[in-house]
Design a protein around this ligand. Structure first.
Ligand code: ASP
Length: 345
């Protein structure tokens, strides 16, 4: 794809002797100049749902906030070192995958056969390179495997045993299923299999990260265990590029959470990007249109975190809340667990 460059930038390329294609590869899609960022540079989420005040013990609340904060700190440190935004989103998601409080990696939910089947995807906004894995059983950090698929295979999407074997061959930490076991998720599976009258089982959750660097490059990453008691082989939106994850330097980086089937049917993440690119909606309006109108129109709920290339963050959700946090360019971290901490934008 040929892109036009500002004349001054093109001249600079000639002066330093770069060919057109080398130069295009080194520049962000928008050709935006590097600048000091002021807004949000990294955001993470721990799933859409409702956490009413009073439902968490102080210890549980601290554990959630600590997990989000550690993920944000880890990713922010890489952004500060001018590492690729892909490194930042992968590292932030790794932290949440390793944290048993979140539904991804360690702490992932059980399927109907009492196994963990993990889904993840990652996308780079500069060149639309993407990697995804679905239904992996043995890969400790599925987001790192998704990145490996992107960088070390000619493919975008690998599933099941082939994907796990690819991890093993490439030295990605491999584990037996018992690593993923947690009492909380086991209890949720039992609740789902033997529902008590009136009880509303907690079923979902996902983790994700989106980031922006000073050259206006964006990236997005999403990882999940999917839905408790899901049919073996079921794949949700999280590993589907355009549904659970999307990143494009012309528009936005997005990670979704919620009823995956509806996010696939509405191609939710890409639709937000398209509303920004073609209808010129701001990120808050584009994300709210998809999350609060298009997904609910299919009888489903969920939310997204969406970060445009200027550092504007939107966290719309049709669930009562979305567990999330963000860090601004100056390093200030905010975490939001409860419904009343999360604005509806
Ligand atoms: N979107 C995930 C899935 O459908 C679940 C969630 O985010 O709650 O697999």
């Amino acid at each position: 794809m040929r892109r036009s460059l500002p004349v001054s930038v093109g001249l600079a390329a000639l002066v330093i002797g770069l060919s057109g294609s080398q130069f295009a590869a080194a520049m962000p899609v928008r050709g935006a100049p590097a600048s000091d960022l002021r807004g949000v540079v990294l955001a993470v989420h721990g799933g859409a749902g409702s956490v009413p005040r009073g439902s968490l013990t102080p210890e549980e609340e601290k554990a959630y906030r600590d997990g989000l904060t550690k993920a944000l700190r880890t990713g922010y440190a890489l952004i500060k070192q001018n590492k690729p935004v892909l490194d930042a989103v992968e590292a932030a998601v790794n932290v949440l995958e390793d944290d048993p409080n979140f539904n991804a990696g360690k702490g992932a939910v059980f399927n109907a056969d009492a196994e963990q089947e993990l889904d993840a995807s990652i996308m780079n906004g500069r060149d639309l390179r993407s990697g995804a894995v679905a239904g992996v059983h043995h890969t400790k950090n599925p987001i790192s495997l998704a990145r490996l698929v992107m960088e070390k295979s000619p493919h975008v999407f690998m599933a099941g045993k082939g994907a796990d074997d690819f991890a093993l061959r490439n030295g990605v930490p491999y584990t037996t299923q018992d690593y993923f076991w947690t009492q909380r998720r086991w209890d949720q599976l039992m609740d789902a299999k033997h529902p008590k009258p009136g009880a509303k089982a907690e079923t979902g959750g996902t983790v994700g990260a989106i980031a922006l660097d000073r050259s206006h490059n964006v990236a997005a990453a999403t990882s999940t265990g999917g839905l408790t008691n899901k049919q073996p082989g079921r794949v949700g939106d999280s590993p589907v590029i355009g549904a659970g994850t999307y990143a494009d330097n012309r528009t936005v980086a997005i990670s979704s959470t919620g009823t995956g089937e509806a996010f696939i049917r509405t191609v939710a993440a890409h639709d937000i990007s398209a509303l920004m690119q073609y209808a010129h909606l701001p990120v808050t309006k584009a994300a709210a249109t998809v999350v609060n109108e298009k997904v609910p129109a299919l009888g489903a709920t969920g939310g997204v975190i969406a970060l445009d290339t200027r550092g504007n963050l939107a966290t719309p959700h049709s669930t009562k809340g979305i567990i999330n946090g963000y860090v601004t360019a100056d390093g200030k971290i905010t975490t939001r667990l409860y419904d009343d901490e999360t604005p509806t934008s």
